[in-house]
Ligand binder design. Structure first.
Ligand SMILES: O=C(O)CCC(=O)C(=O)O
Ligand SMILES: [Fe+2]
Length: 205
């Protein structure tokens, strides 16, 4: 399907067909066996409703010490490698010649959401953030680089891919809610979102 642009966010509807989604979920299950989901806590001590893990050189974590990228899971193991299927999505849509260094895995159960935020902990903002939706539908809210102002929403469905680059790279965004049980991809229901990011500064800088 042709991509749709909203406020600089580029949405590729049904980028992954059902078979590709199922294959990806099987790979993610292996990753989550090696690097289990954790419930992160904000620096102020509030538990997030989303559970998280990661693959790649770095995982994004938050705890009482703050938001940051770490080369190891909180339990001490290295993060698993980013699967080739995920890398292929990045290569197809990112327009970036660097490889993703972090594949954050967000798991949304019933009632989970993600407040409006910017992704700004990365040292190379010339590369986009690429997000992959799997499972239940999510109401994704797109805002502006500055806080506040007019926002727009779109329902993201399983297999959709969003590219946040250019003007949208630092735009605020969040997930208001999911429609729990709206997809049959994940047997227990819920939603998995992958976000792919380049984390480190470009070489030579
Ligand atoms: O779940 C989503 O669609 C967005 C996730 C997100 O914005 C993030 O992990 O930074
Ligand atoms: Fe984000």
């Amino acid at each position: 399907m042709t991509p749709i642009e909203r406020k600089g966010f580029v949405i590729h509807p049904e980028f992954l067909n059902r078979a590709a989604q199922e294959a990806l979920v099987a790979r993610l299950r292996e990753i989550l066996r090696a690097a289990p989901l954790v419930q992160p806590v904000t620096p102020r001590g509030r538990p997030m409703s989303v559970r998280m893990s990661a693959a790649g050189d770095f995982g994004w974590i938050t705890d009482r010490r703050g938001y940051r990228y770490e080369p190891r899971h909180p339990e001490g193991m290295a993060w698993p490698e980013i699967p080739s299927e995920v890398r292929a999505i990045w290569d197809a849509v990112s327009g970036c010649d660097r490889a993703p260094e972090c594949c954050l895995i967000n798991w949304y159960g019933e009632g989970a959401r993600m407040g409006m935020h910017q992704d700004h902990d990365e040292a190379d903002l010339s590369c986009p953030v690429v997000s992959v939706s799997l499972g239940d539908e999510a109401l994704f809210r797109m805002g502006n680089v500055a806080r506040g102002g007019r926002t727009e929403t779109v329902w993201l469905r399983s297999g959709d891919v969003v590219v946040m680059g250019g003007d949208a790279r630092l735009a605020h965004h969040g997930v208001d809610r999911i429609r729990f049980g709206s997809s049959t991809l994940l047997p227990q229901g819920g939603r998995i979102n992958l976000t792919l990011r380049v984390v480190t500064a470009p070489a030579g800088r």
